[in-house]
Write a protein that binds this ligand. Structure first.
Ligand code: ZN
Ligand code: ZN
Length: 881
């Protein structure tokens, strides 16, 4: 793993971790002889069968005398063999084997890969398109075969030693790096790291697949929360997770993840505002708490306004605060932070002076960025002007939640609090700048950390795991977003690609950069994307759902309001509904339903009406594209015929929580091994099944195996999640009508359980009864807006006047030359002066209209988040600046 972008002084285990010792990859003694073909070695040593598709010979793995020799050969084939296959057989494999000075063992050092990848990239860029495609195809095939081998070793339940797990893990990381190289080199290989990812829905902590165990054990050793480990593995490339793991001093030590064990997400950062204690910036400080007059804040909230705090620091370091009412947009700086970091004192609406001075120091640093942006930040002279000429005002208008939302301890504050919270959306949408403060970032001491490392730290920070900070950042789409890292501030702009710094990175770092950009940061465009007409309802829904389901909040109810707002509904209206009706209201206009809703272990309401029992009651679980969608038809939701594992079985006694079933099917006679197929089932919500299925029922079991999609590529259907339905009617054309019972885990296997059932294939269509007409129809919905991306508005700002200036120059300059060389009467001169001035005025007018129009659209967008206070059109226009 030495080729991956990790700091030189990376975090290393300071002691032996279980059997994994110091996480050095052992060299098991075989490098393999170079064959013509990737498979020659594997066939010769019976790791794969000698058939056309080189199927894996797993029997060999199960009845093995010398496991060490077997894994030495696996390493020779899939580590060294893959390196030769990818980079050419001229690679000197001895360069990869070093002796660990302290233990005198031979271990693998992969630093050499960095150079090989750079060479490979420059070599293929010179190849013809055809030769390049062939090369890439070959690499894709052999690496995928290697990945599949690890999958099989993981899911066939072979028990492995820690050393062998490390070997498999190093193979996965090698393959993930090669895929990252293909992806970062733009050779048309797609992103295989996305297609082959750990299915975190299927596995349960701590029973992780063997090849992921070393990494997970190391992360747990460093104090990561199990939920976080799974979330990161399910979100990022394996190589990215490894880099994050190795970052120094990543987590604040005070978090207690013990209580997360029984929860579905990490709840260590959920705080109880009544219990939560503020902290000083340093342990030995005992300064006083400071804050604005909260009564004035309440007065402004009562008047329907948004309070801001104008703050100033005197020369002797005393902050002063004045509460003002927000006027217009793009005038204030908002803070986005995590309460668990202890900056705030919730009971008092105050923070300690030392903490505030720290925030103020970031404000001071943000001044240049903000001023530069005001002076058209994309002009290269703007930062210079901002630093030396137009330094801006001495005070700052800020929005900080602890100052602007009255604490729940105030008897009269319930209603005002609701109002203040609803106002958060427009505060962030209309902010001039947003400062992101997270303890793991502000504690950084390294002054010039590379951008990739800053990105990795942000992506793995606590700030990234909260629902509110997510909505704040995605609303701040047109604001200057600044991350407070150590004693610097780093603009979000730096995380976008194609700047000079990116081109200088080595191949693994570029792959890391892109992965973080795509999986961590692009999701912040959601508020903007979801409100664009070009994005389908379904895509917007899935994006918002996935972003929120991966995050948590101290007030779980809030998530529905956030979701509604991001999707363009009225958060206020959705929150007035019963908890059970909120999600259906937001799904009313969806053309189809994500299949993942049925094939996940989600919290559902078993007591609800039969037609609504399948609907999740919490935002949980990732909606995966591979699962597909189910369409609404008359009478319900259609589980189409392409979903081909549908079984019917009659239950005569009460259904136990787990059972097995088998079925015989003649159509499968082409695969004699599948003539008699058996599955082990365990129901997720046994209570619901008992409650609704009774003791004499017909049950339909659906397993999400789909002809057109790969589905769960990792477990290759050896195991997975399906669902059980209660059959109500079987129509004459054998279409099954059913109601939802529970999701279930299945495992392909040959063992009969105590409760064993015979099943038949159901089909071809199953309809889940559901009447969408009865769902609540939201009354308010924001219009899809036409706010352009900021790059586009900049073109407009300068492109339009530039064209006009060009036209003016090409017409007026020749006319003036004509006038000066010929002798015209004075009258002509007057006409020319008038025409020139008129043209110039026209350009200024056009410029004003462009800016006015842009400002008007933006103002509309910000106002659309502020429900209940519709502004008159003249109010939108008047305070233009
Ligand atoms: Zn936790
Ligand atoms: Zn203090």
């Amino acid at each position: 793993m030495d080729h991956l972008p990790i700091p030189v002084d990376r975090q290393r285990p300071s002691r032996r971790v279980v059997g994994f010792a110091y996480f050095d990859i052992p060299f098991l003694g075989e490098v393999g002889e170079a064959g013509d073909d990737f498979y020659t070695y594997a066939v010769a040593h019976k790791i794969v069968n000698n058939d056309s598709d080189h199927s894996l010979n797993l029997d060999e793995l199960e009845e093995l005398d010398d496991v060490n020799l077997y894994f030495a050969r696996v390493q020779a084939w899939l580590y060294f063999g893959l390196i030769c296959d990818t980079f050419g057989s001229s690679v000197n494999l001895e360069d990869f084997i070093v002796v660990n000075a302290s233990t005198e063992e031979r271990v693998i050092n992969s630093a050499e890969l960095k150079g090989l990848m750079a060479e490979w990239r420059s070599r293929v860029s010179k190849l013809s398109k055809r030769a390049r495609t062939a090369d890439v195809e070959r690499i894709k095939q052999s690496t995928t075969a290697g990945w599949r081998f690890c999958d099989r070793a993981d899911h066939y339940g072979v028990s492995l030693t820690e050393q062998h797990m490390l070997v498999l893990s190093s193979i996965r990381i090698l393959i993930s790096s090669i895929w990252g190289m293909l992806w970062a080199s733009d050779v048309g290989a797609g992103n295989l790291n996305e297609d082959c990812r750990l299915s975190i829905d299927v596995i349960k902590w701590p029973r992780l697949p063997a090849s992921y165990r070393p990494l997970a054990v190391l992360m747990a050793e460093y104090g990561w929360c199990p939920h976080e480990i799974l979330r990161l593995l399910g979100t990022y490339h394996l190589t990215t997770v490894w880099t994050m793991t190795c970052l120094l001093r990543r987590t604040p030590a005070q978090l207690d993840h013990e209580r997360c064990a029984g929860a579905i997400k990490c709840i260590a950062r959920d705080v109880d505002p009544l219990e939560h204690q503020g902290k000083h910036a340093t342990n030995d400080c005992n300064c006083e708490a400071v804050g604005p007059d909260i009564e004035q804040v309440k007065t402004i909230l009562r008047g329907g306004g948004t309070p801001l705090i104008r703050c100033k620091i005197s020369k002797d370091g005393r902050p002063s605060f004045r509460v003002i009412r927000a006027k217009g947009v793009k005038r204030h700086i908002a803070f986005s932070h995590v309460w668990a970091d202890g900056i705030v004192i919730p009971q008092q609406n105050k923070i300690f002076r030392c903490q505030f001075l720290k925030l103020a120091s970031y404000l001071e640093k943000a001044r240049v960025e903000v001023q530069a942006e005001r002076l058209f930040g994309f002009l290269s002279i703007a930062p210079f002007l901002a630093r030396h000429v137009f330094k801006g005002p001495k005070s700052f208008d800020i929005w900080l939640d602890i100052f602007c939302i009255p604490s729940i301890l105030h008897a009269d504050s319930q209603e005002l609090r609701k109002q203040a919270i609803a106002r958060i959306y427009s505060v962030f949408a209309g902010a001039e700048a947003v400062l992101i403060v997270d303890k793991s970032l502000t504690d950084v001491t390294d002054g010039d950390m590379p951008t990739t490392e800053v990105m990795a730290r942000v992506a793995s920070s606590g700030w990234m795991t909260r629902c509110w900070t997510f909505s704040e950042m995605s609303l701040a789409h047109t604001s200057v977003a600044l991350f407070c890292v150590g004693d610097r501030i780093i603009p979000y702009e730096d995380f976008k690609e194609y700047n000079k710094a990116f081109k200088r990175l080595d191949v693994p770092s570029q792959s890391l950069f892109r992965n973080l950009r795509d999986s961590a940061f692009i999701t912040f465009n959601i508020a903007w994307i979801a409100s664009q007409a070009v994005v389908s309802e379904y895509v917007a829904f899935a994006l918002v759902w996935n972003s929120l389901s991966a995050r948590s909040t101290s007030w779980p109810e809030d998530v529905w309001g956030i979701m509604a707002t991001l999707l363009g509904y009225s958060g206020k209206e959705i929150m007035t509904l019963q908890a059970r009706d909120r999600l259906p209201a937001m799904m009313k206009e969806l053309p189809s339903i994500p299949a993942s809703f049925f094939f996940r272990d989600l919290p559902r309401s078993a007591s609800g009406p039969a037609q609504m029992r399948w609907i999740p009651t919490r935002v949980q679980g990732i909606l995966r594209d591979a699962d597909g969608t189910f369409a609404f038809i008359d009478g319900g939701i259609l589980f189409p015929r392409t979903l081909n594992l549908k079984f019917l079985m009659s239950v005569t006694t009460t259904v136990p929580p787990s059972f097995s079933f088998e079925f015989h099917h003649e159509d499968l006679s082409a695969r004699p091994d599948l003539l008699r197929v058996m599955f082990q089932i365990s129901l997720h919500d046994h209570e619901a099944v008992l409650q609704h299925a009774g003791s004499d029922a017909q049950v339909c079991i659906l397993l999400p195996r789909n002809e057109s999609q790969s589905g769960d590529s990792e477990t290759a259907y050896i195991s997975g999640i399906g669902c059980a339905l209660l059959v109500t009617t079987i129509r004459a054309d054998s279409t099954v009508e059913a109601e939802f019972l529970s999701s279930l885990s299945y495992r392909f296997g040959t063992e009969k359980q105590g409760h064993h059932l015979q099943a038949s294939l159901a089909g071809p269509n199953v309809i889940l009864r559901c009447d969408r007409q009865q769902w609540y129809q939201p009354k308010l919905r924001r219009k899809k807006h036409t706010l352009a991306p900021s790059t586009f508005s900049r073109i407009l700002y300068f492109g339009v006047p530039a064209v006009l200036v060009f036209i003016m120059a090409t017409t007026m300059v020749p006319l003036w030359i004509w006038y000066s060389v010929t002798h015209q009467p004075l009258r002509v001169q007057a006409i020319l002066v008038l025409a020139t001035c008129g043209f110039a005025l026209f350009i200024v007018a056009v410029m004003m209209v462009v800016i006015f129009h842009e400002n008007f659209l933006f103002r509309n967008w910000v106002d659309s988040f502020d429900e209940g206070h519709p502004k008159r059109w003249w109010k939108k226009i008047m305070p233009l600046w």
